[in-house]
Design a protein. Structure first.
Length: 77
């Protein structure tokens, strides 16, 4: 599907058409004169995130909640 280039001044009158085109996978480029300024893209599937998919992939050390040493904040060894 080729790109559709639309001038920013045409957005209000063609908005519904351009959203439908982007939702169908089309490439909509918004230009100011001959200069491309933005691209209108469809959102992803919108599936809800599922907690716990990678359980155990990240672990912390036992001292995770301990205060950091002064050397960390002062930058001195």
């Amino acid at each position: 599907m080729p790109s559709t280039v639309v001038d920013v001044r045409q957005l209000t009158e063609r908005f519904a058409e351009l959203v439908a085109l982007a939702a169908a996978g089309g490439d909509v480029i918004i230009a100011e004169g001959s200069v491309p300024r933005a691209r209108l893209v469809a959102l992803g599937s919108g599936r809800a995130r599922q907690p716990g998919l990678h359980r155990g992939a990240i672990t912390t050390t036992p001292d995770f909640d301990e205060p950091l040493p002064d050397e960390f904040w002062t930058g001195t060894p």
